[in-house]
Design a protein around this ligand. Sequence first.
Ligand code: SAM
Length: 284
Amino acid sequence: MSEQEWFTEIFGNSAFSVRYSKKLVDLQSDFQRIEIFESVSMGRVLVLNGCFMVTDKDAFIYHEMLVHPAMALLASPGRALVIGGGDGGAVTELTKYPELTTIILCEIDGKVIDSCREFFPDISRGLDDPRVKVVVGDGAAFVRESGEHFDLIVVDSTDPVGPAEVLFQEPFYEAVKQSLRPGGLAVFQTESPLFMEDVFHSVTLNLGAVFGHRSVRPYLATIPCYPGGLWSFTLCSGDSYPCDPANPASFGRLPVALRYYTPDIHRAAFALPAFAQRSLGQLP
Ligand code: SAM
């Protein structure tokens, strides 16, 4: 494959490639290299430091599964925070709930926001909602210093390296927990249970140490552009009650016209395969 027409993310000894017709963005911000390709089969593709982040083709799966399971479990959410998520996709999903009065996005790299506003207008459209406030800064500092509290905190970070490393550490988890209103929930993207088993295991263990192991519930979805496809999210309840995701408080409030998330998908996502349960010590 000639380099100039394929982009390849190499992950260890595996790789995922897409053929592209044009490179729309290639810049170095203070934090990372930002590339956007016009690909042939996955639409526009956002790549940060050589890693797939967002594609027109499958972003809806990731963003719906990051946001709607928690929103279905919250009785009357009013305030939400997204940390990372500079593509705007998680914010756009949150704006589908009229009951949310405040949505804050805290993204460390303003150039990611600017690039996605320009080249992913549909995914980032929620950033223009009047309820949305965009903060360009470190999410760990924001939850440590803002003094604000939320019904839902979504952590949509890059992998645990560079500026995102701090978002995978216990002091940050503790600050997130302290930033939740009573009955609030936090959701973290927690990497691949298959290709990053050690990270998946350690993150869920560390989240359990902060939120309580019975209040930490991983769930899965397949995101084709991510290494190995199978991806995990982890839902944490700020209170010490066990988070029972099987019986959402209010499927009735679900926005219309979702493309992936349904009540059945919700229940199925929390049914972990044996290898993932074993990785979490839930099976012998
Ligand atoms: N869905 C993607 C994934 O699972 O890898 C993440 C998408 S989003 C583009 C990730 C964002 O996290 C990036 O724009 C990056 O700049 C941002 N980020 C990394 N570390 C951060 C930090 N400490 N505070 C706020 N944003 C951060």
